[in-house]
Write a protein that binds this ligand. Structure first.
Ligand SMILES: [Ca+2]
Ligand SMILES: [Ca+2]
Ligand SMILES: [Ca+2]
Length: 132
C-alpha cells in the first residue's frame, strides 16, 4: 500500500516538474531573499532563492555582486506590470496565481493590503518583489 501511495505521489508530481521547466515566471521578495537581514542581497542569497545568474547580473547594475534596495527598486520599475503573472488577465493576482510564483500565504497577505483576496497592480507596486 505504501508503495502504491508513492507511485500516486510520483505520478502527481510529473505535471509540476514539467511546469517548473517552462517559462513560468518566478518571484521572490527582497526581504525573504536577504537571509542575514543586512539590507543587501548577496550573490549567495540570490542563488539560494533560485535566481538565475543572468537575472542577478541585470539587477546588479554596478556589478559589485550585491543587490541593494535601490538596485532592486530600479529593476522593479522596469518590470512592474503584473501582466506576466496575471495568467487569466483579470488585472489582479489571485491566490492561485501567486502560489504558482512560489509565494507563501503569509507573503500574499502582506501584499494584499485591503485583504480582499487579490493583489492589484497598485498593491503590487508597493511590494518589494522581484520577478524573473
Ligand atoms: Ca543579505
Ligand atoms: Ca550592486
Ligand atoms: Ca488574475
Amino acid at each position: 500500500m505504501k508503495f502504491l501511495n508513492y507511485l500516486l505521489i510520483a505520478a502527481a508530481m510529473i505535471p509540476a516538474i514539467g511546469q517548473a521547466q517552462s517559462t513560468v515566471p518566478k518571484a521572490a521578495s527582497f526581504s525573504s531573499m536577504d537571509a542575514n537581514k543586512d539590507q543587501i542581497v548577496s550573490k549567495d542569497e540570490a542563488q539560494k532563492a533560485g535566481m538565475p545568474d543572468a537575472t542577478f547580473k541585470k539587477i546588479d547594475k554596478d556589478g559589485n555582486n550585491q543587490i541593494t534596495n535601490a538596485e532592486a527598486s530600479a529593476y522593479r520599475a522596469q518590470n512592474k506590470s503584473i501582466d506576466a503573472i496575471d495568467s487569466d488577465k483579470d488585472k489582479k493576482i489571485s491566490k492561485a496565481e501567486a502560489t504558482k510564483l512560489g509565494m507563501t500565504e503569509q507573503e500574499f497577505k502582506i501584499l494584499d493590503k485591503d485583504n480582499n483576496g487579490f493583489i492589484t497592480q497598485s498593491e503590487w507596486e508597493t511590494g518589494d518583489w522581484i520577478i524573473w
